[in-house]
Write a protein that binds this ligand. Structure first.
Ligand SMILES: [Zn+2]
Length: 115
């Protein structure tokens, strides 16, 4: 059985890194300890980790999905498993153009008043 968590940030996030204090390694360790075996790291308009984090996760039984939290207008959208991510603020048309069949687009907090 797969247990996934598809919306996470860590201390290198250009936006949430101001208050998120855990490293990506600590995040992966915590996910593994909680029995989560699919984890998407979705930092704001950035992918501030490399293959080392992916290998570190795999060694702990966690599949690390490449993700990003994009900004569309004043809203946030999670993009997961894209081959190429739109750069900077983008439009839904940019996302549709970059989306591969295996990619996911998720509204991370649809009821949050600021996006
Ligand atoms: Zn987020």
């Amino acid at each position: 059985m797969l247990r996934g968590d598809l919306h996470h940030h860590f201390n290198a996030d250009p936006v949430d890194g101001v208050f998120v204090q855990h490293s990506i390694g600590e995040l992966i360790d915590r996910a593994a300890a909680c029995g989560i075996n699919v984890l998407a790291v979705t930092c704001h308009e950035a992918i501030p980790y490399d293959g080392d984090a992916t290998r570190y996760a795999a060694e702990r039984g966690v599949i690390l999905l490449r993700g990003m939290e994009a900004t569309v207008g004043s809203e946030h959208v999670l993009l997961i498993n894209f081959r190429e991510f739109p750069q900077g603020k983008c439009t839904m048309a940019d996302i549709a153009a970059a989306k591969d069949p295996g990619a996911l687009v998720i509204a991370p907090h649809p009821f949050y008043p600021l996006g």
